[in-house]
Design a protein around this ligand. Structure first.
Ligand code: SF4
Ligand code: SF4
Length: 394
């Protein structure tokens, strides 16, 4: 029986299942989760995009993708997330997804939904992915299209999501929060609610993978990011008693109704520059057939088309195991580490060093810690950390 199978036979809530699977995969060094970037081609031109080209040139053929999926299957991959670019710009997507399905992999798909026509929705429904993750760039046409740079894209996005939902495909909307749309966060929450979908968001903006830092111009400032976390995540968690009192407990990072799933950047990895699942239970494949640690860490770039997935995975494991913590790695002694969501990818892309602290993350962690202290210094706090929770400060 596979690693995934053994964990799956126990009935557990989904989050606990993924946590358990991730821990076991990490111990045995099995790439149980794979991200396959099928193409960098995309029909949109989002201002913050980390995609270096938006054009599909020199990318893997169908046969090459199939062969890499076979190799991943051989190494124990059980969950594959197909992403882009915009993967529905690739004509062979039905064949690729069907192949993964035949191998017994659980599939998730990321898309901007603007190319989900009736036939695409029907074929996707037949594939029955675990979910289809759709990015939400604004609650109004004006704002959405200011981000995507393409007229008509908001209407096509709404139509695409509707087509998927009508066919029973599980859709998750992730609001991508930028300077251009932060004023619409409440409207985006309402839009999710009107569609009957849970609200979740991401304000994580990185430089492009080719080093271009222009996406950072669109990142919201730390005070705004903090306010959103406070209002959408922390204060509701505090009110319902779900904010950990134990200083070693991790504060919540997602809204209450955000669906459970694998936590690719978190988990319980050993301390060090890669305190995440890169090269432990997770592998990324680029549209050119290169194996990397994550979508942001463009290394080691092992060429799967010239070698094998088994060798590529070994290269990733070795990269993680032999990248030492240097003097730049301040995290173990950092007073705000509990509130920090740094990833090695952010350090790599923004600071050029997987060990380095990212100032944006530090500023945000400091604000979160101060807010939490304030919440607990208010009357009503139970200093023993018992049943009663603090009141959230305004
Ligand atoms: S939809 Fe995605 S890949 Fe396409 S431009 Fe926007 S962020 Fe980039
Ligand atoms: S604030 Fe900097 S030093 Fe502290 S945990 Fe985050 S990345 Fe590490």
């Amino acid at each position: 029986m596979t690693l995934a199978g053994r964990a799956a036979i126990r009935e557990r809530p989904l989050a606990a299942f993924h946590r358990s699977l991730q821990e076991r995969a990490q111990r045995k060094r099995v790439p149980v989760y794979a991200f396959v970037e099928l193409t960098y081609g995309c029909n949109l031109r989002c201002v913050h995009c980390y995609n270096p080209t938006h054009k599909a040139r020199g990318e893997m053929t169908t046969a090459q993708v199939r062969s890499i999926l076979d190799g991943l299957h051989g190494e124990g991959t059980a969950f594959v997330a197909f992403t882009g670019g915009e993967l529905f710009t690739r004509r062979d997507w039905p064949e690729v997804l069907a192949h993964a399905k035949r191998l017994g992999m659980q599939i998730t798909v990321s898309t901007n939904a603007t190319r989900i026509m009736r036939e695409v929705a029907e074929r996707l429904a037949r594939v029955n992915p675990l979910h289809v993750k759709v990015s939400l760039y604004g609650a109004t046409r004006e704002t959405y299209e200011r981000v995507t740079g393409v007229r008509g894209s908001f209407r096509r996005f709404l139509a695409g999501v509707t087509r998927l939902r009508r066919r029973g495909v599980r859709v998750l909307l992730t609001s991508v929060i930028l300077r251009e749309n932060a004023h619409e966060i409440d409207a985006m929450r309402s839009l999710c609610a009107r569609m009957g979908l849970p609200f979740q968001y991401s304000a994580d903006i990185h430089p492009r993978v080719d080093g271009d830092r222009s996406p950072l111009r669109h990142r919201i400032d730390e005070a705004t990011a903090h306010r959103i976390w406070r209002d959408c995540v922390a204060a509701p968690a505090l009110r319902r008693g779900a904010f950990p009192l134990d200083p070693s407990g991790a504060p919540p990072t997602a809204p209450e109704d955000a669906p459970a799933g694998p936590d690719p950047c978190g988990g319980t990895a050993p301390a060090g520059p890669f305190a995440c699942q890169c090269g432990r239970s997770r592998i990324v494949v680029t549209p050119y057939g290169k194996a990397n640690l994550c979508l942001s860490v463009y290394a080691p770039g092992y060429d799967l088309l010239a070698g094998s997935v088994a060798e590529g995975w070994k290269a990733l494991v070795s990269y993680v195991d032999h990248t030492p913590a240097t003097d730049a790695h301040e995290c173990p002694a950092c007073p705000v580490s509990r509130f920090c969501e740094r990833t090695s990818g952010a350090s790599f892309l923004e600071m050029g060093d997987v060990n380095a602290c990212v100032p944006n993350h530090k500023a945000l962690a400091t604000l979160r810690q101060a807010w939490h202290r304030d919440a607990w210094d208010r009357p009503g706090r139970d200093p023993r950390g018992g049943g009663r929770q603090g009141k959230d400060p305004a």
